[in-house]
Structure formats: C-alpha cells, structure tokens
Ligand binder design. Structure first.
Ligand SMILES: Cc1cc2nc3c(=O)[nH]c(=O)nc-3n(C[C@H](O)[C@H](O)[C@H](O)COP(=O)(O)OP(=O)(O)OC[C@H]3O[C@@H](n4cnc5c(N)ncnc54)[C@H](O)[C@@H]3O)c2cc1C
Length: 423
C-alpha cells in the first residue's frame, strides 16, 4: 500500500489515513501503484486517488465518509464523469438478486445486472422492466428512468421501483418508499445518482410467461412508408406492442416485442407498409430472448411530439442509422399517483441516432432528453420538465446541500448555481 495522498489525508480528517479506511472495509481498497489498481480503474476516464471495491453497506458508508469526490460505478455502461483525483466506488461485487414470486418483487444489490434478474424471475413466469442488454446494471438504468420493451405496457423501470436503501451524503443509511422519505423516493425515480449511493432496490415484477418478438429486414426503399405508418398509426397500436423502425444506409429493420404470446396481427400492418421482408426472426419467445433482438447506440437521442414528413425525409436521406420508436402507453399514463421525475412522458416518438450530429433530423425535436441516453452532462436539465427539475434541486438541497454526489448527471442543489469544486 502506498502512502496516503495529501488530499485523502485532508479529506478524511486528521489521523484518518488510507490504512484506517482499509481497516473499515470488508471489501478492498486500491491506491495508485497497488497491484489491481489499473484493473479496478478499468477503461473508465480518470485516475482516482483511491478505488473502493465495496462488498457491504458499511463499505459504501466508509467510502462516502472519506469526503472525497465520489464516482459510483456498477458496470461502467453509463459513467459520464471522470474519477480524476477522487474516490472511485465500485459496487459490482454487491450483486445479490432475490426474487419473491408470491409478492412479484425482486430485491437487488447495486452490482446486479439485468441478465441476472431476468434469469431469476423467468422460472416464475415473471419479468422486470429491463432493457435490451443483459449486461446493463439494474441500479444505474432504473435511477435514470429505464426504457424497456415492456414500458408501453407497464411504464418506465423507475415506475416499478417500490423501495430503495441508500447511503446519503452524511453517511446515513436511509430506506425510502412511498411512506418513508417520499420526497427522496420521488427524486431517485429518475434523478439518478444525485441523492445517495443506492445499496439495494426492490422492483415490481410483471407476469410475462412469454412474448412475441424479433426483427425483420426489408429493402431500404420501404423506409419512408414504414415511418409514415408509424407517424399516422403509432397511437393505435396496443400498449402490449412496442415497435422500432431502424433505418440504415442500406437496410430497413423493424424490431418489435409484444408482451404476451401472439401479437403478430397488431404488428402486421407495419410490416406490410415496410415491404417484403428479406429475413425475419419473429416468433413466440421467452422474455430472456428479447436480448437477441438488438439495439442502436444512442450517440444522439431526440424526442418528438410528431413525426412530420420533413423529419421522415431527413431520416431517410441521412445516410446514418436511425432507430425511431413509438412510445406513449403506460409511459405517458403511469399508474403511480406521484410518478418520478423521468421527463417528457408526453413525447410520442423517440429517436436513437448513431451519429454525433444530425441537425436536419433533430430540427423538429422537442429538445427534451432522457437521462439514460444523454452523454452531454451540460444538458442534464433537459431530461426533466422545468417544474420537476426545480423540485429535484430542492430535494438535492435538503439531502446533499454540499453537492457531494456531483460526478454524474448533476442536479445542483437549489441555491447553488453550479457544481461545487472540492479541490
Ligand atoms: C449496450 C447498452 C444498452 C442499453 N440499453 C438501454 C435500454 O434498453 N434502456 C435504457 O433505459 N437504457 C439503456 N442503456 C443505458 C443505461 O441504462 C445507462 O447507461 C445506465 O446508466 C447504465 O447503468 P449501469 O449501472 O450499468 O452503469 P454505471 O456506469 O455503472 O452507472 C451509471 C450511473 O448510474 C449511477 N449509479 C450507478 N450505480 C449507482 C448506485 N449504486 N447508487 C447511485 N447511483 C448509481 C451513477 O451516477 C453512475 O454514473 C443502455 C446502455 C448500454 C451501454
């Protein structure tokens, strides 16, 4: 172990050194120069002063109490901030997954990935509101909203959150649900890692014994017809059916999942509009198999109230891959009487554009964004309505007034215009 750095000694207070931190940990501490430091840091941006590979809630508390700027990482799939000069808190070893089939609940640790939850729930005919990729972390995904193939039927993953345990900025362990700290419970259902380090989540599971899903490929000349069908008839699709039209430079692909077996009838008119398929994988399948359907990297993400003829034309001639998804359903009409701050539920279409700039395509976008697909942290506020962003900032001021948790999509506490620098 190397000598503790000046910053760590200052941040942890007199006499509280890295060695002292290490004695408090069940998990492991890595400092620059230690064997394992580089592996722990992985491909993440920045050179942290220390890495805590946590195993217990007490480890998370010890890391928070160091006072060092904190970057929390489960899988690294959504890490948007550098860990330079701070503490990198890894939670990947806290990957417990428990399923209670009678209550239709999954309880997961902060290192759990969706693939593990889906596998644990599937034998009971249940499914969580997971995304298209099994390796994505449950906590980061859920706190950022969580757009699933099942979201039109059951809402965002954040809407399925029942209870959470988190370590707040003062190092306390707090359990939140609709009756306990309801303000904090509201904020974390979309406000991401701004309010504490989550150490467990309880999520609702849904009966999904099987789905009908897959993708079909068409000649690209059907793209305009398929998008026009989506623009005109998307709102008529049943909430069970979630569809994407993916327009690439040389191909057109329709991806879809129907929550429950069958569903081909509701999908058929869109497939007809797209043309004659050159390949198709549509069939009844287990929910775990939706991960074979694929996704599009959201280098640019945009939301739309309407899919206008101009926008459709811009997508078709763009020469880049664009996935157009119809949203609505339970996303727009959540069951919860005080749904979390995941914003812009009234947008009817979203697009994932596999290119950094797409001005023509985004010309008629609403300007709203979705935290899980937002790489530019200067636009964090655009993921929320102005009212919700203000409420988030008020709650942040109550629970993290010094903005301890700022190495993320930061929501600055009300009363502080920007991010507080610790150095
Ligand atoms: C291949 C791929 C497919 C994807 N598909 C979807 C999809 O279908 N739907 C969708 O909505 N999103 C999707 N995403 C986006 C994904 O939801 C976000 O990137 C999410 O942030 C990933 O969470 P993570 O825990 O895996 O990543 P991490 O990088 O480990 O965490 C991301 C952020 O979440 C916060 N966080 C993580 N753990 C904690 C914790 N314990 N306490 C507090 N805050 C925490 C932190 O702010 C952290 O910076 C996809 C991403 C990828 C790479």
């Amino acid at each position: 172990m190397s000598i503790p750095t000046e910053q760590m000694a200052q941040a942890t207070g007199p006499g509280r050194t890295a060695q002292e931190l290490e004695t408090r940990l069940t998990g492991s501490l890595f400092l620059p120069g230690d064997a394992g430091y580089e592996r722990q840091r992985g491909s993440l941006h920045g050179a942290p002063e220390a890495v805590v590979d946590a195993e217990t809630v007490a480890d998370v508390q010890a890391a928070v109490r160091t006072g060092l700027p904190l970057t929390v990482v489960s899988t690294g799939h959504g890490t948007v901030a550098s860990s330079d000069g701070g503490l990198l808190l890894r939670t990947s070893r806290m990957a417990q997954v428990l399923v209670d089939p009678s209550r239709r609940i999954a309880r997961v640790g902060p290192g759990a990935r969706w693939g593990e939850v889906v596998a644990a729930a599937e034998p009971f005919g249940l499914a969580p509101l997971s995304g298209d990729t099994p390796s994505v972390g449950v906590v980061g995904y859920t706190l950022g909203g969580g757009l699933s193939w099942l979201s039109r039927k059951h809402g965002y993953a954040a809407d399925s959150l029942l209870r959470a345990e988190l370590v707040t900025a003062d190092g306390r362990v707090v359990v939140v649900d609709r009756h306990h700290h309801p303000d904090l419970f509201w904020a974390i259902r979309g406000g991401s890692g701004n309010f504490g380090v989550v150490t467990s989540l309880e999520l609702r599971l849904f009966p999904v014994p099987s789905v009908y899903g897959g993708s079909a490929e068409f000649p690209v000349d059907g793209a305009e017809r398929a998008l026009r069908y989506l623009a005109e008839h998307g709102d008529e699709l049943p909430d069970e059916l979630s569809v994407s039209v993916v327009v690439g430079p040389e191909s057109l692909v329709v991806r879809a999942v129907h929550a429950g077996a069958g569903g081909g009838d509701a999908l058929q008119p869109l497939l007809d509009a797209a043309g004659t398929p050159t390949a198709s994988t549509f069939r009844d399948m287990r929910y775990s198999e939706v991960s074979t359907i694929g996704g599009t990297p959201p280098i640019t993400f945009a939301m739309y109230d309407e899919l206008s003829a101009d926008t459709i034309a811009a997508v078709v001639r763009s020469g880049v891959t664009v996935e157009v998804k119809h949203v609505g359903g339970a996303i727009a009409h959540p069951e919860h009487d005080d749904p979390g701050p995941v914003g812009h539920r009234d947008a009817r279409f979203v697009m994932k554009i596999a290119a950094p700039a797409a001005d023509e395509i985004t010309a008629s976008a609403t300007g709203g964004s979705f935290l899980n697909f937002l790489h530019d942290t200067t636009r964090t506020h655009t993921a929320f309505t102005p009212d919700n962003f203000r409420r988030l900032r008020e709650i942040k001021a109550a629970y993290d007034p010094a903005n301890r948790f700022h190495r993320n999509h930061n929501i600055p506490p009300l009363g502080r215009p920007g991010v507080r620098r610790f150095r």
